[in-house]
Design a protein around this ligand. Sequence first.
Ligand SMILES: Nc1nc2c(ncn2[C@@H]2O[C@H](COP(=O)(O)OP(=O)(O)OP(=O)(O)O)[C@@H](O)[C@H]2O)c(=O)[nH]1
Length: 301
Amino acid sequence: MNETYKSGFVALVGRPNVGKSTLLNYIVGEKIAIMSDKPQTTRNKIQGIYTSETAQLIFIDTPGIHKPKHQLGDFMVRAALSTFREVDLILFVVDVNEPYGQGEKFILEKLKETNTPVFLVLNKIDRMHPEQLLEKIAAYRELYQFAEIIPVSALNGNNVTTLMEQIIRYMDEGPQYYPADEITDHPERFIVSEFIREKIIHLTEEEVPHSIAVVIEEMKERKGGMVYISALVLVERQSQKGIIIGKQGNMLKEIGKRARKDIEALLGSNVYLDLFVKVDKNWRNNRRQLSEYGYDQTHLE
Ligand SMILES: Nc1nc2c(ncn2[C@@H]2O[C@H](COP(=O)(O)OP(=O)(O)OP(=O)(O)O)[C@@H](O)[C@H]2O)c(=O)[nH]1
């Protein structure tokens, strides 16, 4: 066995809701990226690490790139762009059932500014007839010189093995950067805040927009191994605060209960979770606050 070890960094880009998080979770096999039916749940870079006997791939899940509307949007786009240049390969994920639109066009224009090879990943093929798929592939081929075009279903794993083989083929010889049992290098605090955000988004359905942030104010191990966590939920309007708290605090209780279950599974210990909700009208437009709330800007140029 003298096969060389291969490794590298892979960025996932694509419009919100195309299935980037689902794909990452399928590959890495652990719940690390927040998933929801609504767009733009992934705002920070999330690394998932795939390790095998012969290769290690470090995935960077870039935010749902879109045309900037306010400062948070601008921040997200710049984060995605700097990622394109840092990685060895870009996976441009599209929902094959959606028409090629402004969002894809915008991303493709940005991809043209880098020399990094790009795979087009046509996701959600479980919802499309094979003949239609061939037409889609032909149409996408006209748009850009993709290194590979690979149809998959991130949901049921169809063709993901082929995708993985192709990704590894594009990697250079390299070290195993992370220990084999490491699936993410994100601090636990971030994952905990994402678990809470996920529960809020799921439970409040269409009523609370993505303009919420969850800040972990305290996370401490107490006597007996119990972990105490105090988290602050930031909303933009009083009405949103009301929705999150719910009648007699029932909604907040349910959010806390469900989040606690996930956090306990993650940490492997009992958790006491305190949730507070605060109205802060301008947090999205306030740069200083963005960094206070954990939107690390150090990787931006
Ligand atoms: N039918 C089908 N649904 C999928 C597939 N992949 C993802 N989905 C669904 O599409 C929705 C969005 O998936 P996500 O993985 O959250 O999408 P994302 O691109 O990470 O979205 P953001 O985090 O908002 O950028 C979820 O409801 C998934 O279950 C697929 O292969 N087939």
